[in-house]
Design a binder for this molecule. Structure first.
Ligand code: MG
Ligand code: ZN
Length: 225
């Protein structure tokens, strides 16, 4: 089959512009420094729309409530639905509406950080906009990345998005209760992740039924007595 391949410099995609990415990296470093100064451990949560990012954060916030102070920056184009869901579990939430932008950038996250009581927080989750492509290009200042995928996204979703997995510390394969109905083998997805990133910890989960949450907490080092 003929394949037309993208060559460096051929795209008009402004998101790939070097200056912009460089600026973003600088602001991400400033965010990282600010978080470190306040003793906040920040974790990026990425994944497609509907994969279970918000549900994962809800489950974690519920587990940590009372012992660990959780903050969340929730990215979304226009709504506050996810932020409201997470807030019910006692987390301090800032919703970031990106409008037409399909990803969070370090500047937006920096703005959100300035409206959070960082001194009071132990852990901060940054839920990106539901998208598996450009968030990979925009570091935000968190030290760890979690990618949430689900069997409902089909059998090829990992091999088609290799870059988002390359730097993930943890990959959650969600909705495994639907594997059979979807005809998607979670073991295959897990081995695809292992090929994209041998260091990623892969956790099969059914977050709807709260299965997998404890393994994610353990993998992130968020186990508190
Ligand atoms: Mg969400
Ligand atoms: Zn984007």
């Amino acid at each position: 089959m003929k394949v037309v391949e993208f060559q460096e410099g051929e795209s008009f995609d402004i998101e790939l512009e070097e200056d912009l990415l460089k600026k973003n990296r600088e602001i991400a470093e400033a965010n990282e420094k600010l978080l470190k100064e306040h003793g906040v451990q920040a974790i990026d949560v990425m994944g497609s729309i509907g994969s279970g990012k918000t549900t994962l954060i809800e489950r974690i916030a519920a587990r940590l409530a009372g012992s660990v102070s959780v903050g969340v920056v929730a990215g979304d184009l226009t709504t506050t639905i996810d932020g409201e869901r997470i807030e019910r579990h006692g987390a301090r939430v800032v919703e970031v509406n990106t409008g037409k932008e399909c990803h969070l950038d370090a500047n937006l996250v920096g703005k959100a950080l300035r409206s959070l009581p960082l001194d009071e927080l132990d852990v901060l989750f940054v839920e990106n906009v539901g998208n598996l492509i450009c968030p990979a290009e925009f570091p935000l200042g968190a030290r760890k990345r979690v990618v949430v995928i689900s069997v409902t996204e089909g059998p090829h979703m990992v091999v088609k998005h290799p870059f988002i997995f390359a730097e993930a510390a943890v990959v959650v394969i969600n909705k495994t209760e639907l594997s059979e109905a979807m005809g998607v083998d979670p073991e295959q997805l897990a081995s695809d992740v292992a090929r994209a990133n041998p260091n990623a910890r892969v956790i099969k989960a059914s977050l709807k039924d709260d299965r997998g949450t404890d393994q994610v907490l353990e993998a992130l080092g968020l186990v508190y007595a």
